[in-house]
Design a protein around this ligand. Structure first.
Ligand code: SF4
Ligand code: SF4
Length: 440
């Protein structure tokens, strides 16, 4: 049986954010096929894909419709059957333009001939299959999984961490994955243990999710003696990679280094389950479980959505938005991205859609820094957010470098605790952009 252990070790700093996990008991409901989907060619960290289809083409479910020849990228597949009506230009969350394939659906959901259970006989073939599945980090990061799993020869991985912490307020999509799909998680773990040749797997779950801990730690399966569920202290941002690795193993990932530099790979729990499903069916990544919540949503829910579905359709499926909606966020309230249009589509790494009314979205006025030091105490990366804020606002590149702006994981803990309500994380993002620009 998978064993359970409790760790008292936790990272320094962070914030005690309110949980707001109102959808924890909402079993996932499948949303139907929308009238149209808009499938962006950039849904991951890395190079955008080029559309492989043109206006007028008929496409089927699972068909490859976008690809890049760059290594850090992930192919894009159609989530529906229907006719391509346009190749449009969209603005990504990072502000860059990207192409997107617009498809009018026919409701038949005809599956493409290429979709069949894959066969592989080597690690290299499995890695290539994972690449072809279009999988990216489903916890929100969107990093191409095949790149993460390609371990250089000079690195040795001895621990696989499966991230089920889900520390952001509101989001319960990974929690529902554990409750509804625990067998796929364990099957995925076995596939990855084989691929990475690791002898130890740790599944991290915060102690505010006792049901998820109970379900996973009572499973009997192949290799269960090598798998532990680790009960973590509930504290934001426990699910951030570097924090999670420290809490679960005591290993510290140095600034500028990767988890694999300390022998660890971290995979989101839904990504692991997807790998098991893909190996069984060959259906690439075309759908996503999304938590739909927030004070301006009429019927909060966990919804299985086809990728490319316009946000407005998802909200309408959840009873629509209340009249006074003022802000839509894709992702959690701490690290998510505000959306400018309800016509924007659900992406591969969309784990939540939150809608806030004018009252709850209102930002308190910013006042002068009172040098209380609370932001520095809260920073899990040991940074000095007040100085990063100052240097970003003064556009002082040398100051940004001196205070290690690029080490910021943009968790927002500093902004959350600041009594002066300084827009710390926003200015730090600006500072990073300034530094990147000065380097280019
Ligand atoms: S400086 Fe960055 S890493 Fe530190 S608390 Fe603020 S947002 Fe998080
Ligand atoms: S928490 Fe806010 S007020 Fe306090 S030192 Fe940091 S920026 Fe200044």
């Amino acid at each position: 049986m998978i064993s359970l252990r409790v760790t008292k070790r936790t990272f320094k700093g962070g914030a005690a954010v309110s949980h707001e996990k109102r959808t924890a008991d909402c079993e996932t409901i499948k949303m139907g096929v929308p009238e149209k989907v808009i499938i962006p060619m950039l849904q991951h960290i890395g190079a955008p894909c080029k559309p492989l289809v043109k206006k007028g083409d008929y496409v089927k479910v699972g068909q490859l419709i976008g690809q890049s020849d760059k290594y850090v990228s992930a192919p894009i597949h159609s989530s529906v059957s229907g006719t391509v009506t346009n190749i449009i230009s969209l603005v990504s969350s990072s502000g860059t333009y990207m192409e997107a394939v617009e498809i009018k659906t026919d409701g038949k959901q005809e599956v493409h001939e290429s979709v069949k259970p894959p066969e592989y006989s080597s690690d290299a073939e499995l890695l290539e299959l994972i690449k072809q599945s279009g999988l990216v980090g489903l916890g929100g990061a969107g990093f191409p999984t095949h790149v993460k799993l390609s371990v250089p020869k000079d690195k040795k991985i001895d621990i696989l961490i499966v991230n089920g912490a889900e520390c952001e307020p509101y989001i319960t999509s990974d929690y529902r994955e554990i409750l509804e799909n625990s067998w796929n998680i364990v099957s995925g773990i076995n596939i990855l243990m084989d691929l990475l040749k690791v002898e130890k797997v740790l599944i991290g779950i915060e102690d505010n999710k006792p049901e998820a801990i109970k379900i996973l730690s009572s499973i009997e399966a192949t290799n269960d003696d090598k798998i532990d569920v680790v009960k973590l202290k509930t504290r934001y941002p426990q699910g951030a990679e570097k924090m999670l690795i420290y809490s679960m193993t005591g290993r510290k990932v140095p600034p500028g280094k990767l988890p694999m530099d300390v022998g660890v790979i971290v995979m989101n729990v839904s990504s692991v389950a997807f790998i098991a499903e893909y190996v069984k069916t060959g259906m690439p990544l075309i759908k996503k479980r999304v938590t739909v919540d927030g004070p301006a949503v009429n019927k909060p829910a966990n919804v299985e959505v086809l990728i490319g579905t316009p946000l407005v359709d998802v909200f309408n499926f959840c009873g629509g938005l209340k009249d006074n909606v003022s802000k839509i966020i894709m992702g959690g309230p701490m690290m998510g991205v505000a959306q400018s249009s309800l016509n924007d589509p659900v992406l591969k790494n969309t784990n939540a859609l939150l809608a806030f009314d004018a009252e709850s979205a209102k930002l308190p006025p910013e006042s002068a820094c009172i040098r209380c030091g609370k932001c520095a105490e809260a920073c899990p990366m040991n940074l000095l957010p007040l100085f990063l804020n100052q240097n970003a606002l003064r556009e002082n590149i040398e100051g940004l470098k001196k205070f290690h702006v690029m080490d910021c994981i943009e968790c927002g803990s500093c902004s959350y605790v600041c009594p002066a309500k300084r827009r710390l994380v926003q200015s730090i993002r600006l500072g990073k952009a300034l530094l990147r620009k000065s380097n280019s």
